[in-house]
Design a protein around this ligand. Structure first.
Ligand code: WQD
Length: 344
C-alpha cells in the first residue's frame, strides 16, 4: 500500500518512513529540503537497506504534485511538509500562511482528483495555547494561536475537517504532537535544525558537543515545581509509530466523512530543569547552562491527556524521557563525527 510522505526527509517524516516500511507500507517521499537535508535519505538507506522512492518537489507545485499522483497509486498521504519555526512565523507571517495553507489545499484537491482516501495531518499542541486545565484533552478549546505558525496548524485542521465533511471520499486524522525529541537508536537519522536551534533538546545536545557555549533556560519564575516550564516530551520513534497506527485506523473506517483529532504525547509533563538533569545523568556529563529571562510567547505548562489515542487509536508512548535524551546525544555525536571526517 503506497503512502505519500510529504516532508519525508525531515525529522519526524524520516522516522515515520522507517516505521511505515517496518509495518509493510510502501512510503514515497516528497521533499524540497526547505527544512531538511538530503543526508537524511542516506541515513534511511543505511537503516532500511534500500532506497526509498523520492521526489525533489514542493507541495505548492501543482504540476509536480499531479505528475506524482498520476504516476503513483497512493492509498494514503501523511502531510508533514510545512514551515515550523514559531519565531520565524512571527517575523514572516505571509510566508507561513502561503506555504502551510496553500500546500494543504493543493494536496486535498489532488487527493480528490486521484481518489486517494486517507490523510494523516501533522498538527501541534500549539493550537491549545496556554490551556486553563491540564492535562489537555482533544475537547480542550483551541485558543487564539500564540503565533502565525500555530494559527496555520489550526486553520489547516479546519480546512481538512470541512473538506472531509463536504462529502468527499477523503477520511482524515489530525495528530496534535506535543514535544518531539530524540532520534532513531541507530544514530543514523535525527533532528537537523537549520542554524541556531530554537528547540530545547537540540540546543542541549549542541551545547554538550561544544557547538554552543551554553544553554540559556528561558525563565525560572513560572508556577511549576522548579520554576521552569513544563512540556510533554515524546520520543520521535514513538511519534512515528502513531502515524502508522493512524493509517491503520483510517483503513478500518469505511464510512465517508470520518475525521478525528488525537493528542499524541506521553501524558507526562517534565520541567526544563528535569530534562537537563536527566540528560546529564543518562549521558554522564555536565551541561553548561544558565538561567535567563522568559522567552515571549512561551506557554507555562502543557501536557497531554492520552486516553483517546490509547483507547481509540490503540497507540501509547513506550520510550522514556531518558531514552529520548540518550538517543538525541548519540545522534549529535554521530553528526559531529561525520562532520569532522568530511572536514578531514
Ligand atoms: C520547550 C521549553 C522553552 C530552548 C515548539 C512549538 C511546537 C513544536 C515544538 C513544531 C520551553 C525552553 C527552549 C532553549 C529553553 N514545534 N527552552 N532554552 O516552544 O514547547 O514548542 O516546538 O511543531 O509547535 O511551539 O518547544 O523546545 O522551543 O521549548 O529554556 O534554548 O524549553 O522556554 O519552555 P516549544 P521548545
Amino acid at each position: 500500500m503506497k503512502i505519500l510522505v510529504t516532508g519525508g526527509a525531515g525529522f519526524i517524516g524520516s522516522h515515520t518512513v522507517v516505521e511505515l516500511l517496518n509495518a509493510g507500507y510502501e512510503p514515497v517521499i516528497i521533499d524540497n529540503f526547505a527544512n531538511s537535508n538530503p543526508s537524511a535519505l542516506a541515513g534511511l538507506r543505511q537503516i532500511l537497506g534500500q532506497d526509498v522512492p523520492f521526489y525533489d518537489a514542493d507541495c505548492n507545485d501543482s504540476e509536480a504534485l499531479n505528475a506524482i499522483f498520476e504516476k503513483e497509486n497512493f492509498q494514503g498521504v501523511i502531510h508533514f511538509a510545512a514551515h515550523k519555526a514559531v519565531g520565524e512565523s512571527v517575523a514572516k507571517p505571509l510566508m507561513y500562511y502561503r506555504n502551510n495553507l496553500n500546500s494543504t489545499v493543493l494536496l486535498l484537491e489532488t487527493m480528490q482528483k486521484y481518489g486517494v482516501p486517507n490523510l494523516v495531518f501533522s498538527s501541534s499542541c500549539t493550537v491549545y495555547g496556554q490551556p486553563e486545565h491540564l492535562p489537555v484533552t482533544e475537547e480542550t478549546p483551541r485558543l487564539p494561536a500564540q503565533s502565525p505558525y500555530g494559527n496555520t496548524k489550526a486553520i489547516c485542521e479546519d480546512i481538512i475537517r470541512d473538506t472531509v465533511h463536504a462529502g468527499t471520499p477523503i477520511k482524515a486524522i489530525a495528530l496534535r504532537y506535543f514535544n518531539p525529541i530524540g532520534a532513531h537508536p541507530s544514530g543514523l537519522i535525527g533532528e537537523l535544525p537549520l542554524g541556531v536551534p530554537g528547540n530545547l533538546v537540540p540546543f542541549i545536545t549542541q551545547t554538550a558537543a561544544g557547538i554552543r557555549e551554553k544553554l540559556t533556560v528561558f525563565g525560572s519564575d513560572y508556577n511549576t515545581a522548579d520554576g521552569t516550564c513544563v512540556r510533554d516530551f515524546i520520543h520521535v520513534v514513538d511519534l512515528a509509530k502513531a502515524h502508522v497506527q493512524a493509517l491503520r485506523l483510517l483503513d478500518s473506517r469505511e464510512e465517508a466523512g470520518y475525521y478525528d483529532i488525537f493528542n499524541v504525547g506521553t501524558g507526562q509533563g517534565n520541567t526544563v530543569l528535569e530534562v537537563i538533569r536527566t540528560f546529564e545523568e543518562v549521558n554522564d556529563l555536565k551541561l553548561n547552562y544558565t538561567i535567563g529571562p522568559r522567552r515571549p510567547g512561551d506557554v507555562e505548562k502543557i501536557y497531554a491527556q492520552v486516553d483517546k489515542v490509547n483507547d481509540v487509536m490503540g497507540w501509547r508512548a513506550e520510550k522514556s524521557l531518558a531514552e529520548g535524551l540518550q538517543d538525541a546525544w548519540r545522534w549529535e555525536q554521530n553528526l559531529q563525527l561525520k562532520k569532522s571526517i568530511v572536514a578531514g
